[in-house]
Design a protein around this ligand. Structure first.
Ligand SMILES: [Fe+2]
Ligand SMILES: [Fe+2]
Length: 367
């Protein structure tokens, strides 16, 4: 059994409404960006491809998918104890991250309406999908007699500013990792139906196709960044050696965060028959391979220390969580936190320095 934390009892904002989890580096963030710069993105070189992916979004293949059919109409009080707490935590984090996508895409669509109607349409379709995803997860929470007050979240969470280039790279990655997270759970449930304790997982197959399409849209935006004709307005930064360093950084931070969250929630994965380590490794390997279609390089997950170092980051993260939970004086906790923080930075640095793989060399072999 993988070491993990016990999930705390949910705190309430008011009866039936769950208080959002305390913001940490691992809780899904809410983003804002430079809308003017997104509106001015030079899409001319990739316009045909962009229109094709937007048509796919417009087609709205999943418009009849997110229906709470008969299977949901029952009493879920049978889900109890640690499994119930861990499932609520899983639903909450997933709902918050879907909702964070909704807010960013909705705002982009609103801000770009007059300046760039084509992109505004696209962001509107993305917001439509993420609202469905968040809503569906929130209704699942309501089945467990709790839900999130999404308007409270909208007003009370901190918004982090990311320049458009960062948004495009990180959203691309989070859509693709989202695809792999959902599809692997779905495949596991199909092969082992005895673990299907709640019908949400049945919805994941078509759901993850939404995430896949979102990722494909961001892949075209990524190309727009690297093939712009307007060198003066669009920094060439994204087509040179600095871009390669950034790509390594984005891949690494997404993989470290994923490892930490999977191991924090190890009990939940074990309760549905998923081995947390195997699941984490598979999600990362597949996302890394998929990224070769969009990025100039990917990380070398076959390097012998790669996953070991990711797990060392997670171990240190669990130590930090334990320290935060303790009742010791603040100053004591401050000094106790220094070694695990240094540990995380050290292992991330070593991971960052592993020689990456040139994407061109493997592009033919990846999906
Ligand atoms: Fe989504
Ligand atoms: Fe998405």
């Amino acid at each position: 059994m993988v070491k993990s934390l016990e999930t705390p009892e949910p705190q309430l904002l008011k009866p039936g409404i769950k208080a959002p989890v305390r913001e940490t580096l691992l809780t899904p963030r809410f983003y804002t960006t430079d809308f003017e710069a997104v509106a001015n993105l030079d899409i001319s070189v990739n316009e045909t491809e962009l229109r094709a992916v937007i048509e796919e979004l417009r087609a709205d293949y999943n418009r009849h998918h997110f229906v709470r059919d008969e299977e949901f109409q029952q009493n879920w009080d049978g889900i109890t104890g640690e499994k119930r707490r861990a499932f609520i935590d899983f639903l909450e984090r997933s709902c918050t991250s879907e909702f964070s996508g909704f807010l960013l895409f909705k705002e982009l669509s609103r801000q770009l309406k007059d300046k760039n109607p084509l992109l505004a349409d696209a962001f509107n379709f993305l917001a439509r999908d993420e609202a469905r995803h968040a809503g569906f997860l929130n209704k699942s929470m309501a089945d467990l007699n709790l839900s999130l007050d999404l308007s409270y979240l909208t007003k009370n969470r901190t918004y982090t500013f990311f320049p458009p280039e960062w948004v495009i790279y990180t959203v691309y990655l989070s859509e693709k990792i989202g695809y792999w997270r959902y599809i692997l759970v779905h495949r596991h449930m199909q092969a082992n139906p005895e673990y299907q304790f709640y019908p949400l997982f049945r919805k994941f197959e078509s759901w993850c196709q939404d995430e896949n399409r979102h990722g494909d849209f961001f892949k075209v935006l990524l190309r727009c960044l690297t093939t712009s004709r307007k060198a003066s307005t669009q920094p060439q930064l994204w087509n040179n050696w600095t871009a390669r360093l950034w790509v390594r950084f984005f891949l690494l931070t997404v993989f470290v965060t994923h490892t930490m969250t999977v191991f924090e929630r190890a009990t939940f994965y074990e309760s549905i028959g998923i081995h947390p380590r195997k699941y984490n490794n598979k999600v990362i390997q597949e996302t890394n391979n998929t990224s070769a279609r969009a990025f100039p390089l990917i990380l070398n997950t076959n390097e012998p220390t790669f996953f070991w170092r990711l797990e060392q980051c997670s171990e240190n993260n669990l130590k930090l969580a334990e320290i935060n939970k303790s009742n010791r004086p603040k100053i004591v906790r401050f000094f106790q936190k220094i070694p695990p923080i240094i540990g995380i930075i050290w292992h991330m640095l070593r991971l960052y320095l592993i020689k990456p793989i040139d994407a061109e060399s493997i592009r033919e072999t990846v999906r």
